[in-house]
Design a protein. Structure first.
Length: 229
């Protein structure tokens, strides 16, 4: 199921999506008494598209981000300070002055990193802001791989799995569809005419060929779609 929010102005879209995230956090955590309830888990995607959203949220007062556990939808299997790390992007543009996001991949102790996500998810509600590639992948669930069906299997017992893209560097660690379905809300943030065309085509596509289709057509979850040219 989908709920579409299309904007002609990028700044307006960013502000509206930031409002949604802020409202979700403040509905669960009172900024004047932040220790009286569980902290929400807010997951973000990497790449250049969400940078303005990160900076918008970082500049808000009182800070919604400071009241939540902040993490990633997926991560490249590289050191946290590697230039290709999604974690470093998140810490630089979203978390500056507010602390650190939860590392998803830890080369020293990978199990401990994922245990922190599992614990955070059990403490309060969760929200994910997904992205989408030009090949209709989302998170690190890529089309037409031997692993694609398992990553999209709603009965998959694993919340996280490793995946190897064919045309991109680095092995990836990604949430599965089943893991993301445990969150309360899904948002899709995409920009540009080309991404809009990919999104529209995916509405009727086989999820193996267009993984975002599994989120668009999920039988019980709503995907809130935010787009601008």
């Amino acid at each position: 199921m989908i709920e579409e929010h299309f904007f002609s102005d990028r700044a307006e879209m960013i502000a509206s999506l930031a409002d949604e995230i802020e409202d979700f956090i403040f509905a669960e955590v009172d900024p004047d008494a932040p220790n009286t309830s569980g902290r929400p888990l807010i997951l973000f995607s990497g790449g250049s598209t969400p940078k303005p959203l990160f900076e918008e949220l970082n500049g808000r007062e009182p800070s919604p981000i400071a009241l939540a556990n902040i993490g990633l939808v997926d991560e490249r299997c590289v050191a946290p300070d590697h230039p290709d790390s999604n974690l470093s992007l998140l810490n630089e543009h979203l978390m500056a002055g507010l602390g650190q996001a939860l590392p998803m991949y830890d080369p020293v102790d990978p199990a401990a990193a994922l245990a922190a996500y599992t614990q955070a998810l059990s403490q309060g509600p969760g929200l994910a802001v997904l992205g989408m590639g030009g090949d209709a992948h989302t998170a690190s669930i890529f089309p037409n791989l031997e692993t694609t069906a398992a990553l999209l299997d709603p009965a998959n017992p694993k919340d996280f799995a490793l995946n190897q893209p064919v045309d991109a560097p680095h092995q990836r660690l990604t949430w599965t569809l089943a893991g993301l379905a445990k969150l309360d809300r899904w948002y899709l943030h995409i920009e540009g005419v080309a991404k809009r065309a990919v999104y529209e085509a995916a509405k009727g596509a086989d999820p193996i060929a267009a993984p975002i289709a599994a989120f668009i057509n999920h039988p019980s979850k709503t995907l809130y779609v935010y787009w601008c040219p």
